[in-house]
Design a protein around this ligand. Structure first.
Ligand SMILES: C[S@@+](CC[C@H](N)C(=O)[O-])C[C@H]1O[C@@H](n2cnc3c(N)ncnc32)[C@H](O)[C@@H]1O
Length: 339
Protein backbone atom coordinates (compact mmCIF):
# COMPACT_ATOMS: atom_id res chain seq x y z
CA UNK A 1 0.00 0.00 0.00
CA UNK A 2 2.89 2.35 0.83
CA UNK A 3 4.51 1.70 -2.56
CA UNK A 4 1.23 1.87 -4.48
CA UNK A 5 0.46 5.27 -2.96
CA UNK A 6 3.84 6.92 -2.49
CA UNK A 7 6.63 5.28 -4.61
CA UNK A 8 8.43 8.19 -6.30
CA UNK A 9 7.14 8.74 -9.82
CA UNK A 10 4.82 5.71 -9.68
CA UNK A 11 2.59 5.88 -6.59
CA UNK A 12 -0.89 7.39 -6.73
CA UNK A 13 0.08 10.39 -4.59
CA UNK A 14 3.38 10.81 -6.45
CA UNK A 15 1.82 11.33 -9.90
CA UNK A 16 0.19 14.45 -11.32
CA UNK A 17 -3.36 13.14 -11.80
CA UNK A 18 -6.13 15.48 -10.67
CA UNK A 19 -7.47 13.29 -7.80
CA UNK A 20 -9.98 15.63 -6.07
CA UNK A 21 -13.05 17.13 -7.67
CA UNK A 22 -16.82 17.07 -7.55
CA UNK A 23 -17.47 15.16 -10.77
CA UNK A 24 -15.65 12.44 -12.76
CA UNK A 25 -15.81 14.73 -15.83
CA UNK A 26 -13.09 16.87 -14.22
CA UNK A 27 -10.76 13.83 -14.35
CA UNK A 28 -10.98 13.49 -10.57
CA UNK A 29 -11.30 10.28 -8.57
CA UNK A 30 -13.18 11.32 -5.43
CA UNK A 31 -14.53 14.31 -3.56
CA UNK A 32 -13.55 15.38 -0.06
CA UNK A 33 -15.47 17.69 2.27
CA UNK A 34 -13.47 20.89 1.59
CA UNK A 35 -13.70 20.22 -2.17
CA UNK A 36 -17.46 19.71 -1.84
CA UNK A 37 -18.22 22.90 0.09
CA UNK A 38 -16.25 25.84 1.51
CA UNK A 39 -18.67 25.79 4.44
CA UNK A 40 -16.67 22.81 5.77
CA UNK A 41 -13.63 25.01 6.35
CA UNK A 42 -15.75 27.93 7.54
CA UNK A 43 -17.33 25.77 10.28
CA UNK A 44 -14.08 24.01 11.20
CA UNK A 45 -12.47 27.47 11.54
CA UNK A 46 -14.84 28.23 14.44
CA UNK A 47 -13.38 25.24 16.31
CA UNK A 48 -9.80 26.04 15.30
CA UNK A 49 -10.18 29.66 16.48
CA UNK A 50 -11.47 28.47 19.85
CA UNK A 51 -8.65 25.90 20.13
CA UNK A 52 -5.98 28.51 19.32
CA UNK A 53 -7.35 30.66 22.10
CA UNK A 54 -7.80 27.81 24.61
CA UNK A 55 -4.25 26.54 24.03
CA UNK A 56 -2.65 30.00 23.83
CA UNK A 57 -1.10 29.27 20.42
CA UNK A 58 -1.08 31.00 17.03
CA UNK A 59 0.04 28.33 14.55
CA UNK A 60 -1.93 25.82 12.47
CA UNK A 61 -0.38 22.60 11.15
CA UNK A 62 -2.21 20.70 8.42
CA UNK A 63 -1.39 17.12 7.50
CA UNK A 64 -2.24 15.91 3.99
CA UNK A 65 -3.54 19.16 2.52
CA UNK A 66 -4.57 17.79 -0.90
CA UNK A 67 -5.25 20.67 -3.31
CA UNK A 68 -4.93 23.25 -0.50
CA UNK A 69 -8.70 23.87 -0.43
CA UNK A 70 -9.08 23.47 3.34
CA UNK A 71 -6.00 25.60 4.03
CA UNK A 72 -7.49 28.38 1.91
CA UNK A 73 -10.84 28.17 3.72
CA UNK A 74 -9.18 28.23 7.16
CA UNK A 75 -6.79 31.07 6.30
CA UNK A 76 -9.68 33.15 4.93
CA UNK A 77 -11.80 32.60 8.05
CA UNK A 78 -9.08 32.84 10.70
CA UNK A 79 -7.29 35.97 9.45
CA UNK A 80 -4.88 37.42 12.01
CA UNK A 81 -5.54 34.65 14.54
CA UNK A 82 -3.00 32.51 12.64
CA UNK A 83 0.62 33.68 12.51
CA UNK A 84 1.92 30.69 10.60
CA UNK A 85 0.27 27.83 8.64
CA UNK A 86 2.48 24.80 8.07
CA UNK A 87 1.58 21.98 5.69
CA UNK A 88 3.06 18.49 5.99
CA UNK A 89 2.32 16.40 2.89
CA UNK A 90 4.10 13.37 1.48
CA UNK A 91 3.14 14.21 -2.10
CA UNK A 92 5.49 16.49 -4.03
CA UNK A 93 2.99 17.01 -6.84
CA UNK A 94 0.28 18.05 -4.38
CA UNK A 95 2.69 20.43 -2.64
CA UNK A 96 3.03 22.26 -5.96
CA UNK A 97 -0.77 22.52 -6.25
CA UNK A 98 -1.02 23.77 -2.67
CA UNK A 99 1.55 26.51 -3.42
CA UNK A 100 -0.57 27.71 -6.34
CA UNK A 101 -3.83 27.63 -4.34
CA UNK A 102 -2.29 29.52 -1.42
CA UNK A 103 -0.18 32.04 -3.37
CA UNK A 104 -2.08 34.96 -1.81
CA UNK A 105 -0.97 33.82 1.66
CA UNK A 106 2.65 33.30 0.62
CA UNK A 107 4.28 34.87 3.67
CA UNK A 108 2.24 32.91 6.19
CA UNK A 109 2.29 29.43 4.67
CA UNK A 110 5.25 27.07 4.82
CA UNK A 111 5.85 23.40 4.06
CA UNK A 112 7.65 20.89 6.26
CA UNK A 113 8.83 17.46 5.22
CA UNK A 114 9.00 16.22 8.81
CA UNK A 115 7.84 17.32 12.23
CA UNK A 116 10.16 19.51 14.30
CA UNK A 117 11.37 18.23 17.69
CA UNK A 118 8.85 20.48 19.41
CA UNK A 119 5.75 22.20 18.04
CA UNK A 120 2.87 24.28 19.43
CA UNK A 121 -0.42 24.97 17.75
CA UNK A 122 -3.58 23.45 16.35
CA UNK A 123 -3.22 20.44 14.06
CA UNK A 124 -5.84 19.53 11.43
CA UNK A 125 -6.05 16.59 9.04
CA UNK A 126 -8.98 15.79 6.77
CA UNK A 127 -8.96 12.33 5.15
CA UNK A 128 -5.26 11.85 5.83
CA UNK A 129 -5.47 8.93 8.27
CA UNK A 130 -7.37 6.75 5.77
CA UNK A 131 -4.46 7.14 3.33
CA UNK A 132 -1.92 5.69 5.77
CA UNK A 133 -0.86 2.14 4.87
CA UNK A 134 -2.53 -0.69 6.81
CA UNK A 135 -1.68 -4.35 7.31
CA UNK A 136 -4.21 -6.92 6.12
CA UNK A 137 -5.12 -9.89 8.33
CA UNK A 138 -7.15 -12.90 7.23
CA UNK A 139 -8.68 -15.53 9.53
CA UNK A 140 -8.73 -18.70 7.44
CA UNK A 141 -9.85 -22.01 8.91
CA UNK A 142 -9.66 -20.40 12.35
CA UNK A 143 -5.97 -19.41 11.91
CA UNK A 144 -4.86 -15.77 11.56
CA UNK A 145 -2.67 -14.95 8.53
CA UNK A 146 -0.99 -11.78 7.42
CA UNK A 147 -2.04 -11.09 3.84
CA UNK A 148 0.82 -9.93 1.64
CA UNK A 149 1.39 -9.42 -2.08
CA UNK A 150 3.39 -11.75 -4.34
CA UNK A 151 4.04 -12.18 -8.06
CA UNK A 152 1.53 -14.59 -9.54
CA UNK A 153 2.48 -17.58 -11.73
CA UNK A 154 -0.09 -16.31 -14.23
CA UNK A 155 1.40 -14.24 -17.05
CA UNK A 156 -0.73 -11.41 -18.39
CA UNK A 157 -1.11 -11.02 -22.15
CA UNK A 158 0.84 -7.75 -21.88
CA UNK A 159 3.78 -9.55 -20.21
CA UNK A 160 3.21 -7.30 -17.21
CA UNK A 161 3.76 -9.11 -13.91
CA UNK A 162 0.47 -10.08 -12.25
CA UNK A 163 0.14 -9.50 -8.53
CA UNK A 164 -1.63 -11.96 -6.24
CA UNK A 165 -2.43 -12.23 -2.54
CA UNK A 166 -0.14 -14.44 -0.45
CA UNK A 167 -1.03 -15.41 3.12
CA UNK A 168 1.22 -16.66 5.88
CA UNK A 169 0.43 -17.48 9.52
CA UNK A 170 1.06 -14.59 11.91
CA UNK A 171 1.02 -13.66 15.57
CA UNK A 172 -0.59 -10.33 14.64
CA UNK A 173 -4.20 -9.94 15.80
CA UNK A 174 -6.95 -7.32 15.51
CA UNK A 175 -7.64 -5.54 18.81
CA UNK A 176 -10.85 -7.59 19.20
CA UNK A 177 -11.41 -11.17 18.06
CA UNK A 178 -14.46 -11.04 15.77
CA UNK A 179 -17.07 -13.44 17.15
CA UNK A 180 -17.56 -16.69 15.20
CA UNK A 181 -15.15 -18.89 13.28
CA UNK A 182 -16.05 -17.79 9.73
CA UNK A 183 -13.45 -16.49 7.25
CA UNK A 184 -12.69 -12.91 8.11
CA UNK A 185 -10.48 -10.29 6.42
CA UNK A 186 -9.68 -7.06 8.22
CA UNK A 187 -6.98 -4.46 8.79
CA UNK A 188 -4.76 -3.23 11.59
CA UNK A 189 -3.20 0.25 11.59
CA UNK A 190 0.32 0.24 13.07
CA UNK A 191 1.42 3.17 10.90
CA UNK A 192 -1.47 5.44 11.93
CA UNK A 193 -0.84 4.59 15.57
CA UNK A 194 2.90 5.29 15.18
CA UNK A 195 2.02 8.62 13.55
CA UNK A 196 -0.16 9.66 16.48
CA UNK A 197 2.53 8.60 18.98
CA UNK A 198 5.04 10.81 17.15
CA UNK A 199 2.55 13.67 17.22
CA UNK A 200 2.06 13.17 20.97
CA UNK A 201 5.82 13.28 21.43
CA UNK A 202 6.36 16.46 19.39
CA UNK A 203 3.28 18.53 20.28
CA UNK A 204 4.37 20.51 23.35
CA UNK A 205 1.12 22.46 23.56
CA UNK A 206 -2.01 22.49 21.46
CA UNK A 207 -4.76 20.30 20.05
CA UNK A 208 -5.32 18.09 17.00
CA UNK A 209 -8.51 17.53 14.99
CA UNK A 210 -8.71 14.62 12.57
CA UNK A 211 -11.74 14.10 10.33
CA UNK A 212 -12.16 10.80 8.53
CA UNK A 213 -14.41 7.84 7.84
CA UNK A 214 -14.32 5.02 10.33
CA UNK A 215 -15.70 3.53 13.51
CA UNK A 216 -14.83 2.54 17.07
CA UNK A 217 -13.26 -0.93 17.28
CA UNK A 218 -16.45 -2.78 18.30
CA UNK A 219 -17.97 -1.74 14.98
CA UNK A 220 -14.70 -2.10 13.06
CA UNK A 221 -14.22 -5.74 14.07
CA UNK A 222 -17.93 -6.58 13.99
CA UNK A 223 -18.50 -10.21 12.91
CA UNK A 224 -20.51 -9.06 9.88
CA UNK A 225 -17.73 -6.79 8.54
CA UNK A 226 -15.91 -9.89 7.30
CA UNK A 227 -14.45 -8.37 4.14
CA UNK A 228 -12.67 -5.49 5.87
CA UNK A 229 -12.72 -1.89 4.69
CA UNK A 230 -9.85 -1.70 2.18
CA UNK A 231 -11.18 0.15 -0.85
CA UNK A 232 -9.91 1.79 -4.05
CA UNK A 233 -11.26 4.98 -5.64
CA UNK A 234 -10.97 6.01 -9.27
CA UNK A 235 -13.23 8.15 -11.43
CA UNK A 236 -15.72 8.41 -8.51
CA UNK A 237 -16.19 4.63 -8.51
CA UNK A 238 -15.09 2.36 -5.67
CA UNK A 239 -13.61 -1.11 -6.16
CA UNK A 240 -12.08 -3.68 -3.87
CA UNK A 241 -9.07 -4.76 -5.96
CA UNK A 242 -5.88 -2.91 -4.99
CA UNK A 243 -3.77 -5.32 -7.08
CA UNK A 244 -4.98 -4.01 -10.44
CA UNK A 245 -3.98 -0.66 -12.00
CA UNK A 246 -1.57 -0.06 -9.15
CA UNK A 247 -0.64 3.63 -8.87
CA UNK A 248 -3.63 4.73 -10.94
CA UNK A 249 -6.14 4.68 -8.11
CA UNK A 250 -6.35 5.68 -4.48
CA UNK A 251 -6.28 2.93 -1.84
CA UNK A 252 -7.81 3.62 1.56
CA UNK A 253 -8.98 1.90 4.72
CA UNK A 254 -11.39 3.14 7.35
CA UNK A 255 -9.97 4.46 10.62
CA UNK A 256 -10.20 2.46 13.85
CA UNK A 257 -10.86 5.42 16.14
CA UNK A 258 -10.49 3.34 19.31
CA UNK A 259 -6.98 2.23 18.32
CA UNK A 260 -6.09 5.82 17.44
CA UNK A 261 -7.47 7.15 20.74
CA UNK A 262 -5.70 4.49 22.82
CA UNK A 263 -2.36 5.07 21.11
CA UNK A 264 -2.71 8.84 21.55
CA UNK A 265 -3.81 8.61 25.17
CA UNK A 266 -0.99 6.21 26.13
CA UNK A 267 1.49 8.62 24.55
CA UNK A 268 0.16 11.60 26.54
CA UNK A 269 -2.33 13.07 24.06
CA UNK A 270 -5.77 12.39 25.54
CA UNK A 271 -9.11 12.71 23.75
CA UNK A 272 -10.87 16.09 23.84
CA UNK A 273 -13.92 14.85 21.97
CA UNK A 274 -15.22 12.40 19.38
CA UNK A 275 -18.40 12.71 17.37
CA UNK A 276 -19.88 12.48 13.89
CA UNK A 277 -19.00 15.06 11.23
CA UNK A 278 -22.65 16.17 11.16
CA UNK A 279 -22.77 16.81 14.92
CA UNK A 280 -19.41 18.54 14.89
CA UNK A 281 -20.23 20.91 12.03
CA UNK A 282 -23.66 21.74 13.42
CA UNK A 283 -22.09 22.45 16.84
CA UNK A 284 -19.66 24.77 15.05
CA UNK A 285 -22.50 26.78 13.49
CA UNK A 286 -23.05 25.17 10.09
CA UNK A 287 -26.83 25.80 10.11
CA UNK A 288 -26.63 29.63 10.05
CA UNK A 289 -23.85 29.37 7.44
CA UNK A 290 -26.16 27.24 5.25
CA UNK A 291 -28.95 29.78 5.66
CA UNK A 292 -26.69 32.50 4.24
CA UNK A 293 -25.60 30.40 1.24
CA UNK A 294 -27.27 30.35 -2.18
CA UNK A 295 -29.23 27.32 -3.37
CA UNK A 296 -26.24 25.50 -4.90
CA UNK A 297 -24.16 26.25 -1.79
CA UNK A 298 -26.89 24.90 0.47
CA UNK A 299 -27.23 21.68 -1.53
CA UNK A 300 -23.45 21.07 -1.40
CA UNK A 301 -23.28 22.06 2.28
CA UNK A 302 -26.07 19.68 3.22
CA UNK A 303 -24.10 16.76 1.82
CA UNK A 304 -21.56 17.38 4.60
CA UNK A 305 -24.16 16.51 7.23
CA UNK A 306 -26.69 14.24 5.49
CA UNK A 307 -26.68 10.85 7.24
CA UNK A 308 -26.52 8.90 3.97
CA UNK A 309 -23.61 11.03 2.68
CA UNK A 310 -20.78 12.25 4.94
CA UNK A 311 -22.67 13.13 8.11
CA UNK A 312 -22.66 9.81 9.95
CA UNK A 313 -19.80 7.72 8.48
CA UNK A 314 -17.29 10.55 8.89
CA UNK A 315 -16.16 11.27 12.44
CA UNK A 316 -14.11 13.98 14.12
CA UNK A 317 -11.67 13.08 16.87
CA UNK A 318 -9.85 15.76 18.85
CA UNK A 319 -6.76 15.24 21.02
CA UNK A 320 -5.17 17.79 23.32
CA UNK A 321 -1.86 18.62 25.00
CA UNK A 322 -2.47 20.96 27.91
CA UNK A 323 -5.57 21.58 30.05
CA UNK A 324 -8.91 20.06 28.94
CA UNK A 325 -11.65 22.48 27.85
CA UNK A 326 -15.21 21.96 26.65
CA UNK A 327 -14.65 22.31 22.92
CA UNK A 328 -17.52 23.79 20.91
CA UNK A 329 -17.49 21.03 18.27
CA UNK A 330 -18.46 18.41 20.87
CA UNK A 331 -20.92 20.56 22.85
CA UNK A 332 -23.78 18.21 21.94
CA UNK A 333 -23.64 14.58 20.86
CA UNK A 334 -20.13 13.76 22.06
CA UNK A 335 -19.48 10.02 21.59
CA UNK A 336 -16.15 9.63 23.38
CA UNK A 337 -17.78 6.99 25.60
CA UNK A 338 -18.29 4.72 22.55
CA UNK A 339 -14.54 4.46 21.80
C1 LIG B 1 -7.39 11.81 0.51
S1 LIG B 1 -6.23 13.11 0.41
C2 LIG B 1 -7.03 14.35 1.37
C3 LIG B 1 -6.66 15.74 0.94
C4 LIG B 1 -7.32 16.90 1.67
N1 LIG B 1 -7.09 16.87 3.10
C5 LIG B 1 -8.79 17.01 1.40
O1 LIG B 1 -9.56 16.82 2.32
O2 LIG B 1 -9.15 17.30 0.25
C6 LIG B 1 -4.90 12.53 1.40
C7 LIG B 1 -3.76 13.52 1.56
O3 LIG B 1 -2.87 13.05 2.58
C8 LIG B 1 -1.52 13.08 2.13
N2 LIG B 1 -0.81 12.10 2.97
C9 LIG B 1 -0.97 10.77 3.02
N3 LIG B 1 -0.22 10.21 4.01
C10 LIG B 1 0.41 11.25 4.63
C11 LIG B 1 1.30 11.35 5.73
N4 LIG B 1 1.74 10.26 6.36
N5 LIG B 1 1.73 12.57 6.11
C12 LIG B 1 1.30 13.67 5.45
N6 LIG B 1 0.46 13.64 4.39
C13 LIG B 1 0.03 12.45 3.98
C14 LIG B 1 -1.67 12.85 0.64
O4 LIG B 1 -0.53 13.25 -0.08
C15 LIG B 1 -2.90 13.71 0.34
O5 LIG B 1 -2.58 15.09 0.24
Amino acid sequence: MALALYAPGLGYYANDSRKFGRMPSSGSDFVTAPEMSPLFGAALAVQVAEALQATGTDEVWEFGAGSGALALQLLQALGEKVRRYTIVDLSGSLRARQRATLAAYGGKVQWASELPESMRGVVVGNEVLDAMPVKLLARLGGVWHERGVALSDTVASSDEPVLAWADRPTDLRPALEPAGSHEYVTEIHPQTEAFVRTLADRLAQGAAFFIDYGFPEAEYYHPQRHMGTLMCHRGHLADADPLSDVGAKDITAHVNFTGLAMAAQEAGLPVLGYTTQARFLINCGLVPLLAQAGVAGRVAGQRLVAEHEMGELFKVIALHKGPFWDAIGFAEGDRTHTL
